[in-house]
Design a protein around this ligand. Structure first.
Ligand SMILES: Nc1ncnc2c1ncn2[C@@H]1O[C@H](COP(=O)(O)OP(=O)(O)OP(=O)(O)O)[C@@H](O)[C@H]1O
Ligand SMILES: [Mg+2]
Length: 358
């Protein structure tokens, strides 16, 4: 285990050093999700895609949400933005968000009219595929200007000047010319930069990034992560970064929340969670990170990559108690009862009865 984690651990240690992670007072929390439940109601059946998610995000920091496909990451972020598609519905819990003026609102129940003023201005979102957010029929400049004019009383000339500054901010060369181009005239990496410019154009306090680098090749991915880190430092925004890539978590996040079958099973500072995972699922995920040095045998052949046996259960077919038990090497009788999120140290929590044996 110790050698298997070396590369990821080194990156996490470096990221944590840079972040100088330290405990912060409760007023420093920008977003607190408490026991969120989002269900898809189909006739008399409810698919419990998110079933008791809790985590919090500090001002100016990055929280990564990780987990296998289907664990409820996107449904969680769409719940925060209140952009769930039919028949998805928030049926329980709270999403407490501190507005710029200091007021705390519950996004789970806020009227849609007030949500419209928050989306884009206080909270912005970027997605894996820029073409889902960019309109192919309008120029990049028009789309950024539209976002600015929706929220701020500026003239078109001033909005265009701001749009140009946004393209400069995300390091797009020849921004004046790019403003008049359509999304299809740009490369994937360039479109992702435009989407970040669009998201940041009204200076949001929170950026939700749902797998924003998954579709990019590794060099462009590294550039986009660098850009987000720099912008966070300059603008002071918080980022909720959704990914299934633990290498990316080590690069960008201060804290990590690990999701499994619609629940958070572990949350804590990245360094803590990477060095001392306290949930068998997290430990399994960390062991799955490929390591070029480790995964070659002495003869130069390849070893099989690690994997966690089995699959994430469907939200409509969960076992009783801890949902990880069918795949868990530590399962005992008590796991038929759902464990709560148990504090294992000041900021670190695990939803496993046997956390102290790991
Ligand atoms: N419109 C919908 N109707 C019914 N079920 C849905 C709908 N959207 C999502 N779900 C279910 O919710 C669960 C969580 O989905 P979600 O998209 O949040 O997963 P994810 O963690 O983002 O996965 P990925 O890594 O593949 O993006 C899945 O089991 C999915 O089938
Ligand atoms: Mg998703």
């Amino acid at each position: 285990m110790a050698t298997a984690l070396t590369a990821a651990q080194e990156a996490a240690r470096e990221a944590a050093k840079q972040a100088q992670t330290r405990p912060a007072p409760a007023s420093d929390r920008l977003l607190t999700v408490e026991d969120l439940q989002t269900h898809f109601i189909q006739g008399t059946r409810a698919v419990k895609s998110v079933d008791g998610v809790s985590f919090s995000l500090r001002r100016g920091q990055t929280l990564a949400v990780v987990g296998e496909s289907g664990s409820g990451k996107s449904v969680t972020s769409l719940s925060i933005m209140r952009l769930l598609s039919h028949p998805g519905r928030i049926v329980g819990g709270r999403i407490l968000y501190r507005l710029r003026d200091g007021d705390v609102v519950d996004l789970a129940t806020l009227p849609e009219k007030r949500m419209r003023a928050i989306r884009g201005r206080e909270i912005a979102m970027i997605f894996q595929e820029p073409m889902t957010s960019l309109n192919p029929l309008f120029t990049v400049g028009d789309q950024i200007m539209e976002m600015i004019l929706l929220h701020e009383p500026l003239s078109r000339a001033d909005a265009r000047a701001r749009a140009k500054r946004m393209l400069e901010l995300v390091e797009i060369p020849a921004p004046e010319r790019r403003l008049d181009q359509y999304p299809h005239e740009m490369s994937g990496g360039m479109r992702q930069r435009v989407m970040i410019a669009l998201a940041l154009s009204c200076n949001p306090s929170l950026l939700i990034a749902d797998e924003p680098t998954t579709a990019l090749d590794v060099t462009i991915q590294a550039q986009i992560l660098d850009l987000l880190r720099r912008l966070q430092h300059e603008i002071g925004m918080s980022i909720l970064f959704i990914t299934h890539n633990l290498g990316v978590v080590a690069e960008i996040a201060h804290e990590v929340a690990v999701m499994y079958a619609g629940r958070v099973v572990e949350q804590g500072p990245v360094l803590d969670v990477f060095e001392r995972p306290r949930h068998p699922y997290t430990r399994g995920l960390l062991a799955c990170i490929p390591d070029v040095r480790r995964d070659r045998t002495a003869e130069g052949g390849r070893r099989l990559l690690n994997s966690i046996p089995g699959n994430v259960p469907s939200p409509s077919d969960l076992p009783e108690g801890c949902p990880f038990q069918p795949r868990c090497p530590l399962v005992v009788e008590r796991c038929r009862e759902m464990p709560p999120l148990i504090p294992v140290s000041e900021d670190h929590r695990s939803r496993c009865w046997r956390y102290d044996e790991l």
